[in-house]
Ligand binder design. Structure first.
Ligand SMILES: Nc1ncnc2c1ncn2[C@@H]1O[C@H](COP(=O)(O)OP(=O)(O)O)[C@@H](O)[C@H]1O
Ligand SMILES: O=c1ccn([C@@H]2O[C@H](COP(=O)(O)OP(=O)(O)O)[C@@H](O)[C@H]2O)c(=O)[nH]1
Length: 241
């Protein structure tokens, strides 16, 4: 029953991977071992017939805010950050295709000859054909984050769920890296995240999801099997809805 519906709760997901996660054991850039592990986990989803859209961050290479702090113009820094996400997307496509998973990269910033320009209808068609689609270059606009682009693309392609893979195993009452007494939530409403200013995801992204009823699950990518478990209906991490 390779593609049986009983094996999965969600038909189409939008998975957001943080750029920083790609660094793995390396000091900078991209750790090929992390790419291979992600390809393996994503391949398991494709194997049970889940349609997978991906958004990858760029924080392992450049972040606009950090470049601004170093003296660069903010918009230039954000352009560099968005280009960084395209590099990560190319690396991820390479790893997925080496694992025989058909993958397309689309960019919000036209980049003829390198990747296709984002086209919602083409993306939906590719997802329907079982290809993984990586949405790169964020929203194409400065002052946004890849959390927002993940939610935006997830809503546009009518995904059933946005999954935010991160370093922590869910949303806590405070940043668990800073507050050892922070308590994990199993479930939160969008308004609770906004009212409590929980910073696991940027608030623009949460507002967008609230306005379009897009559920978000925040989970720990390093936890083996968590991703597959979630698409089968498991409760890893925190659900925001
Ligand atoms: N209330 C909270 N619950 C969980 N994580 C939080 C919270 N507030 C801040 N964080 C931080 O948010 C990070 C997750 O965001 P993510 O986008 O993956 O990281 P980055 O900071 O690299 O963009 C976690 O690693 C955690 O340190
Ligand atoms: O729509 C977008 C998405 C991203 N970025 C820039 O790209 C960088 C990398 O994205 P992000 O910080 O979201 O990556 P992550 O934290 O997930 O690695 C950001 O810091 C921004 O500078 C942007 O300007 N517009």
């Amino acid at each position: 029953m390779a593609t049986g519906t009983a094996e999965k709760k969600y038909k189409r997901i939008l998975l957001k991977l943080s750029g920083e996660a790609l660094t793995g054991a390396e000091k900078f850039g991209i750790d090929p071992k992390v790419l291979d592990r992600m390809a393996l986990e994503i391949g398991q989803l494709v194997g049970i017939g889940v349609q997978v859209g991906l958004v990858v961050g760029g924080g392992n290479l450049f972040r606009g805010a950090a470049l601004q702090a170093a003296g660069l113009d903010r918009v230039t820094g954000d352009h560099m950050g968005m280009l960084a996400t395209v590099m990560n997307a190319l690396a991820l496509r390479d790893a997925l295709e080496r694992s025989n998973i058909a993958t397309q990269v689309m960019s919000s910033i036209p980049m003829s000859g390198v990747v296709d320009h984002y086209d919602r209808r083409k993306a939906i068609r590719a997802l329907g054909n079982g290809d993984v689609v990586i949405f790169s270059a964020g929203t194409g606009n400065p002052f946004f984050t890849t959390d927002s682009s993940a939610c935006l693309r997830g809503i546009e392609v009518e995904a059933d769920l946005v999954l935010k893979a991160t370093k922590v195993d869910g949303v806590y009452s405070a940043d668990p890296f800073k507050d050892p007494d922070a308590v994990k939530y199993e479930r939160l409403s969008y308004d609770e995240v906004l009212d409590k200013k929980l910073e696991v995801m940027d608030l623009t992204a949460i507002c967008l999801c609230r306005d379009h009823n897009m559920p978000v699950r925040v989970f720990e990518m390093e936890k083996p099997g968590a991703l597959l478990n979630i698409v089968r209906g498991g409760q890893d991490g925190t659900l925001i809805e």
